[in-house]
Design a protein around this ligand. Sequence first.
Ligand SMILES: [Fe+2]
Ligand SMILES: [Fe+2]
Length: 163
Amino acid sequence: MPSSDKAAPRGNEKGGASDSGKREALIKSLNGDLAREFQAIIAYVVYSQVLKGAEYMNIAAELEKHAGEELQHALTIAKQVDYLGGTPTVQPEPVKSTDDNKEMLRADLNNENDTIKNYRLRVRQCEELGEYAMAELVREILIDEQDHQIALATALGIDPPKL
Ligand SMILES: [Fe+2]
Ligand SMILES: [Fe+2]
């Protein structure tokens, strides 16, 4: 529960309204990240079980691992939203429904690309507000997301996209 103490903007005596506006924007952005983490959890839980064919069994096992990592990311991001005085979203981004192996992997790859771009922005937003520890937590998530991107690109036989 966000106490009034926790929700109060800190260190903004000089920054005033613009600083609190930036904090609101960060809460909104982090809730977008949380919705993408929920999307990733759902996609990895389901796709890891329904991928078919011997040549997809390695990546299926890998996706099962991703599911657990995305859950940890969701917990970390929800904690940051609460810490900033916001309410963590309960709505995932929509998950593509398909029984085609390659379409599943492509959907995951597109989502990871989107997630990586967003977390890079988020590191900057956190640092602008002096939230250096939060920026560090986002960097750690970013390392996992880049690993996910590489695993998916490799399974699809393509180079990881330059973002
Ligand atoms: Fe994630
Ligand atoms: Fe990921």
